[in-house]
Design a protein around this ligand. Structure first.
Ligand SMILES: Nc1ncnc2c1ncn2[C@@H]1O[C@H](COP(=O)(O)OP(=O)(O)OP(=O)(O)O)[C@@H](O)[C@H]1O
Ligand SMILES: [Mg+2]
Length: 280
């Protein structure tokens, strides 16, 4: 099974121009599909021949488990990298999925924000670590449900941000804080950070509420909603409990089909910056 080793070297690294893309899936709301989307985006990019690294920035370690890596297998985690104990390359693990590696997390990460609080480069720890890696086309970061230092590190290291959102009653709540954090990170740490779009997840077109929230989202984020909308699909949560991306678990199901369509939409955006908007 998977063991810790150096990341793959690839002659095709950064293919397609535009350099290595580093994309955070962030939203401080819990349970909106950040991890599910990060896992399937990363696995889908791998399937599309992009050398991809999934970075788990959540102490819950759901992205790590979601690509089939058990807690026992994680010897060196993102925590060890952020506090400077190990190099990023030493923590990268291969997965059983094509072109997909993981920088795993575990509960140790929960203490990281406190440990870093007095360091001057605390917002740039992840960026500095990822800068040392070679050979990846895409790095996909799964953020925790907060706007604390871990998410700030993720945004400071990223070229792009994707905000997963559910069409539920309180969907818009907290969005202004997210926008403010994104602006703050952009101004202070990372002027190149770009809002790539909102990914609507767990969508149920039979519900009037979903339709209403979708309309509201379209008004709030004109031209920033990914066309691929991820439906509510039980195969998606089943896949996660088996430690598999749904696009591998059941490629024919609606959830897998939409996640792959989303990946293709993302690949098509490469190099073509979306028009300016409220985030940028
Ligand atoms: N499209 C979907 N259809 C059905 N279930 C889904 C779908 N997307 C996610 N889920 C399930 O919803 C739950 C929350 O999803 P997920 O863990 O991806 O959210 P999250 O935003 O990462 O949560 P957290 O904030 O705790 O990190 C999981 O049990 C997941 O399997
Ligand atoms: Mg999560």
């Amino acid at each position: 099974m998977a063991s810790q080793s150096n990341p793959p070297e690839s002659k095709h690294g950064n293919a397609g121009g535009g350099g290595m893309q580093i994309i955070s899936f962030a939203n401080q709301k819990g349970g909106v599909g950040k991890t599910t989307s990060a896992i399937n985006c990363a696995a889908g990019l791998g399937m599309r021949r992009q050398k991809t690294l999934l970075v788990d920035m959540d102490p819950q370690g759901n992205a790590t488990g979601g690509v089939g890596i058990s807690k026992k297998q994680v010897r060196i985690s993102i925590y060890d990298v952020l506090i400077g104990r190990y190099e990023a390359a030493e923590a990268v693990m291969p997965t059983s999925y094509e072109n997909l590696s993981i920088l795993p997390s575990n509960i140790n990460l929960a203490g990281c924000e406190l440990e870093l609080v007095d360091t001057s480069d605390r917002a740039h720890r992840l960026k500095n670590a990822l800068d040392t890696l070679r050979g990846f086309d895409y790095i996909i970061i799964d953020c925790p449900p907060s706007l604390g230092l871990l998410t700030i590190n993720a945004l400071a290291a990223s070229t792009g941000l994707i905000v997963p959102m559910q069409c539920e009653y309180f969907a818009m709540e907290g969005l202004s804080q997210l926008v403010m954090t994104m602006r703050k990170v952009k101004n202070q740490y990372n002027p190149a950070l770009m809002m790539l779009g909102v990914l609507v997840t767990v969508y149920d077109g039979r519900l009037t509420l979903s339709l209403q929230v979708m309309d509201e989202l379209k008004k709030f984020f004109p031209n920033r909603i990914f066309k691929s909308v991820i439906p509510r699909n039980v195969r998606i949560s089943e896949a996660q409990s088996y430690g598999q991306p749904v696009i591998q678990f059941d490629r024919a199901c609606k959830g897998a089909e939409k996640y792959l369509a989303f990946v293709d939409e993302l690949l098509a955006m490469r190099g073509a910056a979306p028009a300016g908007g409220m985030f940028n």
